[in-house]
Ligand binder design. Sequence first.
Ligand code: PML
Length: 261
Amino acid sequence: MNENKSLPHYLFSIRMRAAANGNNGNDRQHLSGCERLVPYDQMATVVQNLFQRILIHTQGEADAINIQIDKIDRATIHLVPALKMDSLEFTTVDQAHSSAIASLVEFGVSKIAAHKGIELIKNLSASMRGGMVLDAITGKRIDNSGIRGVRLSHMDCENESAFLSFLAESGLGGEKVREAMILASKAAFTRDYVAELCWSDDPHYITGYVASKKIYRRLSPMKLKDDDIGGRVFFVKPNAGLDDLIDFFEHQPVLVKVLRK
Ligand code: PML
């Protein structure tokens, strides 16, 4: 993909994560994380910005902050299109959930599996770092990552200002939408992916979304204010190659590009 000779041949994956000691000191609890894929000359600034963000986010609760930086050959990066976006507002959580189910069915998820996805997130006793992977037809959970969930990593937008303008055109901004859109666009590019359902664990953030291979549909309210439990479900084709899916989610570097018609 490195047709443009002025582009650097390498980018740097910067991943930062804050954790607090669990009960036995070894079992660390994830508090917050963020990541970027940037050229060498932006690395110092981005590390500083992410570090500030982690400090604000964890409000002094972190016992450990890990920063991992890996050099990535640009030729290995997949350029994937940003999903189209729309937003729907409702009066109650039940209405938003019914609409989420209708959208998921429109995207190819069975009614049973869509209901199961909603129930699984609703019934979590603690938020998950990653997502649960469900068969889009039977609704059976097929990953065995337990409460950790399957995570996505090594992703960013291809052009920061184009991406932020794209969000601003829908009246949106801020890290949550930015990161969720990038994550959803990467997930949607995975071979056996059908759809995604998500709402945040941030007690002040009640907007969630459903996504397909084409659209990122924001829905509000997906939970009540002050509820600090959220989660993600990825719906995949029956007989999906789970190892390939997880490998793509975790390791394939991806840049998300806004496509203009
Ligand atoms: C999260 O916090 O991980 C989920 C964020 C959901 C963002 C929904 C939106 O505003 O588009």
